[in-house]
Design a protein around this ligand. Sequence first.
Ligand code: CO8
Length: 303
Amino acid sequence: MHPAARLALRSGLRSVGTTAQLSRFQPSTLPRVVVRFSSTGGNPQYEFIQVTEPRPGVGQITLNRPKALNALSTPLITELNLALSSFQSSPTTSCILLTGSEKAFAAGADIKEMAPLTFSSAYTNSFIESWSNLTTALKKPLIAAVSGHALGGGCELALMADILYCTKTANFGQPEIKLGTIPGAGGSQRLTRAVGKAKAMELILTGKSFSGEEAEKWGVAARSYGSYEELMEQALKTAEVIAGYSKVAVQAAKEVVNKSQDLGLRDGVEFERRVFHALFGSEDQKIGMKAFAEKKKAEWKHQ
Ligand code: CO8
């Protein structure tokens, strides 16, 4: 089996494999996912995403379903999970950038795919459960660069990133109420944590959009930019900065910040201290502090 497929299977991404394997795992109501691997065993050939390495240590995933404004279908999410899994296991990737096009980050879950689903098929096939692989299996930092529409599942996908950058004119929103449903990939939880209950209630109950400028003002986005080009340049720059640090320290930093979302303050501070203590066992802590004292650039060993 191709190593990327083996990895994906190990991390619970069961829908990647040969056509025969797929038909066993996938519910018949959902489209088939076929990810082809090159005959030389190289990178998989993706249909709905593009995968590049634009800067040293930086892996980029670009959602690429332009005709449907990057609507998030099961095959697209399967490819996204596979690409994330490959970057997670790649020794040369330290930080990942997730983006769409200038027009759309993603206009939501694929409404045409969801329309015929029944309760029993969604429930028994754990529809969209694999989306959360992104938040649980990925230990490397993920930056979302959002331009254009980030609606419904698209907004939720952006909210799963560790850092969110956007254009000032980006169009965020949770419009599911207009379709007779509700956010299903964490929107009601992550958006509420980001903007507070009053604003989240208003946004989710009315389905009203909010701009990238508002996203920055409300703390959903770390920064917003005047143009798409500036957004991409700054997102890559940030990714490169992060990729230049010790992988051990970066993973620990992501882990402790994420714990703040689950733990009370006292437990969170204790957890942080334990991880901080643990880093005295890393070579990179010695390298970093010695380099500071000698006024040299740290040459990380990532150990
Ligand atoms: N799903 C499927 N197709 C879509 C979607 C979508 N979410 N959004 C756009 N498209 C398609 C359109 O159908 C159209 O296709 P076609 O040319 O074949 O008719 C094409 O993309 C272009 O769209 P428009 O012509 O509508 O483009 P406009 O520029 O006029 O409008 C909008 C852009 C405002 C973004 C509009 O397309 C729109 O409102 N889209 C739907 C937005 C939405 O409601 N998103 C939420 C979906 S529900 C959801 O995400 C639930 C999440 C629950 C958990 C996750 C489950 C997986």
